[in-house]
Ligand binder design. Structure first.
Ligand SMILES: Nc1ncnc2c1ncn2[C@@H]1O[C@H](COP(=O)(O)OP(=O)(O)OP(=O)(O)O)[C@@H](O)[C@H]1O
Ligand SMILES: [Mg+2]
Length: 363
């Protein structure tokens, strides 16, 4: 139905996406998610030929719409777009907003266009607003009119670019309800959104954009419950991450602890947990550098991941050198430090792969 092949788009030095490939089938509802600035809007605008791609093709029902001799107005009849900011014509009432394109572009006769507009207004719950002007409507109502206007052209696909992000939370629900209804009716659509629970609920496929393109995609369950790649996981679980590197035994532990405290304060991590984090890290560092057979220039990298969603801390502690498992070493002789770690952690694990030791501890 709609296909992008090796699509590339830059603005000057800023490469927004590169070699983006996607194929959307009829009836799919595809949610596009990702951090701000990763190119969701530019991607939609490029699919709709509102931005010219630097290279690559977009096909709608097999027709290459990036070709020179394509009538772009004909294309836009097939591809509707609903924007964050509604984009209604302020000098036209609701009825005229909806019937303008069917009358001008599709050359529909007026009574058919108005009849269809009334059906669409019924569908979006605004039958009594046909003669109102946009400024007389709430944001949620304006967005519902924008959806009706887009549907009036009978598009093959509608791209919704953050349709609720300009709305008060009280009005988000009414717009999402309409979009949900359209998705269930089998309309092909793509929707970029920061409403994660909505995306999870409505989308047949979820695309996570990052790193100049589609970073990960899958079913809603795969992406929301089991994201496989690092950045997707961080985004979905709302992870806040602190990273720190230690290059020798003579590093400044006081400075490290100050940095950890600042990070924890920023995300309101409870003081008891902050103490646990510092305790665990200090003991692990002492264990690793304390192992007499180990290289003193050994490099340690650790991250503290805080999941706001789960109120959970994961410490990931990685060091090079030979395989050295402090949990095993602790079993052989009494290590008070390791006993402390057992006491404060919910889970812990050790692995050795490609010359790197990794310890994961949940607090
Ligand atoms: N017309 C333009 N000229 C120059 N740079 C642009 C233009 N439009 C977008 N950009 C840049 O392209 C990048 C992607 O922007 P885009 O609006 O697509 O992000 P987004 O993923 O939609 O973000 P958000 O979630 O905040 O809506 C940003 O760095 C943005 O500043
Ligand atoms: Mg955007």
């Amino acid at each position: 139905m709609i296909q992008a092949v090796n699509l590339c788009k830059s603005f000057g030095n800023l490469e927004v996406f590169k070699d983006l490939n996607i194929n959307i089938n009829r009836g799919e509802c595809v949610a596009v998610i990702g951090p701000s600035g990763t190119g969701k809007s530019v991607f939609f605008r490029t699919l709709a030929m509102l931005e010219k791609p630097d290279s690559g093709q977009v096909y709608i029902n097999g027709t290459d719409i990036t070709g020179k001799d394509v009538n772009i107005n004909k294309v836009r009849e097939k591809l509707g777009m609903v924007y964050q900011g509604f984009h209604l014509f302020s000098h036209l009432n609701v009825m005229d907003n909806i019937t303008l394109a069917p009358l001008k572009v599709k050359k529909m006769n007026k009574s058919d266009a108005q009849k269809k507009a009334m059906e669409l207004l019924t569908m979006v719950g605004l039958t009594d607003k046909s003669l109102s002007y946009p400024h007389q409507l709430s944001g949620g109502q304006q967005q519902r009119v924008a959806i009706a206007r887009s549907l009036a052209m009978d598009p093959d696909i509608i791209l919704f670019d953050e349709p609720t992000s300009a709305l008060d939370p009280s009005m988000t629900g009414e717009v999402l309800a309409i979009i949900r209804k359209l998705a269930r009716s089998g309309l092909t659509m793509m929707i970029s959104t920061h409403e994660m629970s909505f995306a999870q609920d409505v989308a047949s496929r979820v695309i996570y954009m990052d790193e100049k393109g589609i970073y990960e995609q899958g079913t809603a369950d795969q992406i929301f419950k089991n994201p496989t790649r690092e950045k997707t996981r961080m985004f979905i679980r709302k992870l806040k991450v602190f990273s720190y590197s230690i290059n020798s035994r003579g590093f400044d532990m006081v400075e490290m602890n100050v940095q950890i405290e600042l990070f924890c304060q920023k995300y309101n991590i409870e003081p008891k947990k902050v103490n646990y984090i510092q305790l665990v890290l200090e003991e692990l560092i002492l264990e690793v550098y304390g192992d007499s057979s180990i290289n003193l220039q050994l490099k340690i990298d650790f991250t503290i991941e805080f999941s706001e969603e789960r109120n959970e801390i994961l410490i990931s502690f990685v060091y090079d050198g030979r395989s050295f498992n402090p949990f095993e070493a602790a079993e052989e002789s009494e290590h008070l430090g390791m006993v402390l770690i057992y006491g404060v952690s919910k889970n812990y694990g050790y692995s050795f792969e490609n010359g790197l030791n990794t310890i994961n501890i949940n607090i």
